[in-house]
Design a protein around this ligand. Structure first.
Ligand SMILES: CC(C)(COP(=O)(O)OP(=O)(O)OC[C@H]1O[C@@H](n2cnc3c(N)ncnc32)[C@H](O)[C@@H]1OP(=O)(O)O)[C@@H](O)C(=O)NCCC(=O)NCCS
Length: 166
């Protein structure tokens, strides 16, 4: 059975394992060095009610996570978050990413966020489609801003706004 729930500190080992795998094998993240638990603890503590972290648990195993991290420490950005979303390789393409996306978007709304930014590496069509299906719009491309595995990479910027009035 798949459960989506709020992450706790005891999930950090699993979250870190999933993220480190993506660091080493993919261009989905522009981190190039794996994270240790101390670094991850700092990251975890930077989140809170306004910046949720959730996990997907399949039969007691954490197989994915999503977060709405602060977009910037500058105060005027406080209602804007940046999304991260990772599913363990062997559990991908089973609908878990979609469930995480639906849940984290709902959590962001409950938390009172106004906008979510996504930065998606060029070529990650699965992620682009997933964000489109959750109501994210394309707002631009940052050209050649990344360098990973010897290749310069473009980044697609996407955005979701909860309420268009304010
Ligand atoms: C992007 C990611 C989170 C998607 O999670 P997932 O659990 O694999 O996705 P889902 O199974 O929910 O599928 C979402 C959609 O993508 C499609 N999809 C997923 N994997 C696919 C694959 N390997 N090939 C083709 N389509 C695929 C699904 O068919 C589905 O499409 P639909 O809406 O038309 O039904 C996951 O692939 C991942 O962790 N990738 C590496 C990290 C990453 O790219 N994170 C995003 C950073 S911006």
């Amino acid at each position: 059975m798949l459960t989506i729930r709020q992450a706790t500190l005891s999930d950090l080992d699993s979250i870190t394992g999933i993220y480190n795998d993506a660091i080493l094998k993919t261009v989905a993240t522009f981190d190039t060095e794996t994270k240790n638990l101390n670094e991850q603890k700092t990251w975890f503590e930077e989140h809170g009610p306004k910046n949720p972290i959730i996990v997907a648990e399949q039969d007691g195993i954490v197989v994915g996570w999503a977060a709405l991290s602060r977009y910037s420490t500058r105060c005027a950005y406080s209602d804007t978050a940046e999304i991260s979303l990772y599913v363990t390789e062997e559990y991908q393409n089973k609908g878990i990413g979609k469930k995480l996306m639906k849940n984290i978007v709902e959590e962001g709304e409950k938390a009172g966020l106004h906008a979510i930014i996504a930065r998606i590496t060029d070529g990650n069509q699965i992620s682009v489609k997933l964000h489109e299906s959750a109501g994210f719009e394309h707002i631009g491309i940052m050209k050649q801003v990344g360098l990973k595995f010897g290749k310069r990479l473009d980044v697609h910027l996407m955005q979701k706004i909860y309420k268009n009035k304010e």
